[in-house]
Design a protein around this ligand. Structure first.
Ligand code: ASP
Length: 352
């Protein structure tokens, strides 16, 4: 047999390895009838992709077996640590993960695995691998193939695309094409042919992983006409960072909000301004409501997804950055995430 690329599957959980719970109350509202829960399938996932070993030398490791809603920074660090410890042993890595927070984990890994020299592909499925109409098998096989390609970055493979992980977001609860990359075309499209759509990043500098994330960061949506009481409440509660989902280009209501942002920043809380729009670039100089927030000390989020903007704040705060150093790092490109200072960031840049 010719030498095959070596790929490590790291199992963390998600629908892919779930089964219907055999005990517990039936849920008539679920399309599966009985709620899905993590199962023993996790220990045997490779047996569902027989034939893959002809193309790829696959090994598997079980890191945890959770619904991804129960995952967070300690799990991100665990997955990143497992990859970093084995980086020289494999040509690529596939992380099997629940879809609900897959984009969050992808962002965390993209920042933490600085200088990553090999592909790391997160994937999962909408239907369990043990179900006949599953989407898991094709996602797994294509992810393994993507992990052997020259794509040295953290990606999400789902449906038929490999996306840059920190540009992707889950946009559908039920569709097999569950993820989109709102402001960056996919890296790879899998059909009868394998098509490279967007050039992938190259590692900048040596591989230097760092696994710390500030957990006291919250996301707040602004409701039209609302007073900034929720912002004041979380600041009083002791958070270290807030991602505000404002309107359009990043506009906040001018009554009360700019001064509340200023007070938050003055008390040492980082405030990043995101948008309730899915696509496009936050531009805090486009309207007075955005300008006032910028003058009050808000950090622009460029065309980062909500996940990328939030996890980046968690990552930089954990490094002890504040004030101008935090602003410089937050607006600088770290891992192709679409930071405000990254001019190549958006397909819609300059639209206004
Ligand atoms: N609740 C599941 C999870 O995120 C959903 C999925 O995997 O599709 O673990």
């Amino acid at each position: 047999m010719p030498i095959r690329p070596r790929v490590l599957f790291l199992y963390t959980g998600g629908t892919l390895g779930m089964l219907k719970r055999t005990v517990g109350p039936a849920d008539a509202g679920s399309p599966f009838g009985i709620p899905l829960a993590p199962s023993h399938v996790a220990e045997d996932v490779l047996s569902y992709v027989r034939g893959l070993e002809e193309e790829v030398d696959v090994e598997g490791e079980l890191l945890c077996n959770l619904d991804s809603s129960d995952m967070g920074p300690p799990h991100w660090a665990r997955i990143g640590g497992a990859i970093a410890a084995r980086i020289h042993r494999y040509d690529g890595f596939v992380v099997l993960h629940g879809t609900d927070t897959m984009a969050w984990t992808a962002c965390a890994l993209s920042y933490a695995l600085r200088g990553l020299p090999k592909p790391v592909v997160l994937t999962g499925s909408q239907r369990p691998i043990a179900f006949v109409r599953t989407d898991a098998r094709v996602n797994l096989v294509h992810s393994a193939l993507c992990a052997t390609m020259d794509v040295p970055e953290v990606g999400i493979y789902f449906g038929r695309w490999l996306f840059r992980g920190n540009r992707a977001t889950k946009t559908s609860i039920q569709a097999y094409d569950a993820f989109e990359s709102p402001d960056l075309p996919p890296l790879v499209e899998m059909g009868v042919e394998v098509l490279r759509r967007t050039p992938s990043r190259r590692p900048v500098g040596p591989f230097q992983p760092t696994f710390a994330f500030e957990e006291e960061v919250v996301v707040l949506d602004i409701v039209p006409g609302s007073a900034p009481r929720a912002l004041q409440a979380v600041v009083s509660a002791g958070v270290r960072g807030v991602v505000l989902r404002a309107f359009g280009a990043g506009n906040v209501p001018q009554r009360g909000w700019p001064s509340a942002i200023q007070d938050a920043v003055a008390s040492g809380v980082a405030v990043a301004l995101h948008s309730q729009c899915l696509r496009g670039t936050v531009d805090l100089s486009a309207y007075e409501g955005g300008r006032a927030a910028l003058d009050a000390g808000a950090l622009p989020t460029g065309s980062m997804t909500l996940e990328a903007a939030t996890v980046k704040l968690m990552f930089l705060l954990a490094q002890g950055l504040t004030g101008d150093a935090l602003r410089a790092a937050y607006t600088e490109d770290l891992a192709g995430e679409g930071a405000a200072g990254d001019r190549s960031r958006s397909v819609e840049a300059g639209a206004l």
